[in-house]
Design a binder for this molecule. Structure first.
Ligand code: BTN
Length: 305
């Protein structure tokens, strides 16, 4: 019912009378009024007068009814442990879905870290089923990083850069983190759950010195809906080109990792050197101080000088 009332308000540029709504939807005027009150509590600004109700503005929530048809099922949570938990449960049952949360209580970062997920940020997971080998799965991280960096550049004219493998930075501060969890069988990927967290209208710099939000950079709130939809579009554009050299080239052009000496922390130790390339599986090629070339598939990268 809530959805139907919203649709009626959206459709009409002007006032819709309580009587019209009540007749159209087959419920009493009091019931309509109660729904309007609930919508107002959710952040919808709805004017009421003797002429009826008029929608003035909507909250910037990523509710399915606020989004255009994305061609896949959208799950939305005001609060959830982690969108990755939901995606993991759904992956064996549903082909492709989008799981969105306004906040997460147990947001997961890479390498077992915690991901702060305060209100105002954008937190979502996608179930992807790319036709690639498990060795190429890492490319999904790179592709998502490109999609977010491109979107930020296009929408806000900010010089978003990438840090290997998939952090999106503005002035060397992290504005977006990406997490991919894969399930594979023999030599084929069954699914990859791709989680993206964007510091949008939340504030992060006071508790995380090396992070920043778009609101903090721009000094004003942004449209989370517009940003989210544009990131999805940029991902869709590239999904079919996961194994292609164009994707790797695009990543290299957006990366600031090659401008730095780096320290890479891997599960087996730490290594320092000068990044010189990434290969067609997205692994980083590093020249060590001793002049040896090392290929690093996964790890945490710190930009040094
Ligand atoms: C990182 O940089 O460490 C990766 C952070 C990934 C965060 C996103 S937010 C949406 C999805 N749900 C999670 O719990 N984590 C990812």
């Amino acid at each position: 019912m809530r959805q139907k009332i919203l649709e009626a308000l959206y459709r009409s540029k002007n006032y819709v009378s309580g009587e019209t709504l009540s007749k159209r939807l087959g419920i009493s005027r009091v019931a309509i009024w109660k729904h309007i009150q609930t919508l107002r509590k959710e952040g919808y600004v709805i004017e009421s007068s003797t002429k009826g109700y008029r929608l003035v503005s909507s909250p910037d929530l990523l509710l399915p009814e606020e989004l255009p048809d994305l061609g896949v099922r959208v799950y939305h949570f005001k609060e959830i442990t982690s969108t990755m938990d939901v995606a993991r449960k759904l992956a064996p049952k549903e082909k492709e879905v989008i799981v969105i949360a306004e906040t997460q209580t147990k947001g997961r970062g890479r390498l077992g870290r915690y991901w702060h997920s305060a209100k105002g940020g954008i937190y979502f997971s996608l179930i992807l089923r790319p036709k690639i080998s498990p060795l190429q799965a890492h490319l999904v991280n790179l592709m998502a990083g490109i999609a977010v960096a491109k979107t930020i550049r296009n929408l806000f004219n900010l010089k978003a850069m990438l840090k290997w493998p998939n952090d999106v930075l503005i002035d060397e501060k992290k504005v977006c983190g990406i997490l991919a969890e894969m399930e594979a069988e023999a030599d084929i990927v069954k699914f990859i759950n791709l989680g993206i967290g964007i510091n949008a209208n939340n504030e992060v710099s006071y508790y995380e010195k090396s992070a920043i939000s778009l609101k903090e950079v721009l000094g004003k709130e942004i449209s989370r809906k517009e940003l989210f939809l544009q990131v999805l579009r940029e991902i869709k554009k590239r999904e079919a080109f996961l194994g292609s050299p164009e994707l790797i080239n695009e990543w290299k052009q957006l990366s600031s990792t090659f401008n730095h000496q780096v320290r890479i922390i891997t599960p087996t130790g730490t290594i320092e050197g000068q990044p010189i390339d990434i290969d067609d599986e997205g692994a980083l090629i590093l020249r060590t101080r001793e002049g040896n070339l090392k290929r690093i598939v996964a790890g945490d990268c710190v930009h040094l000088r």
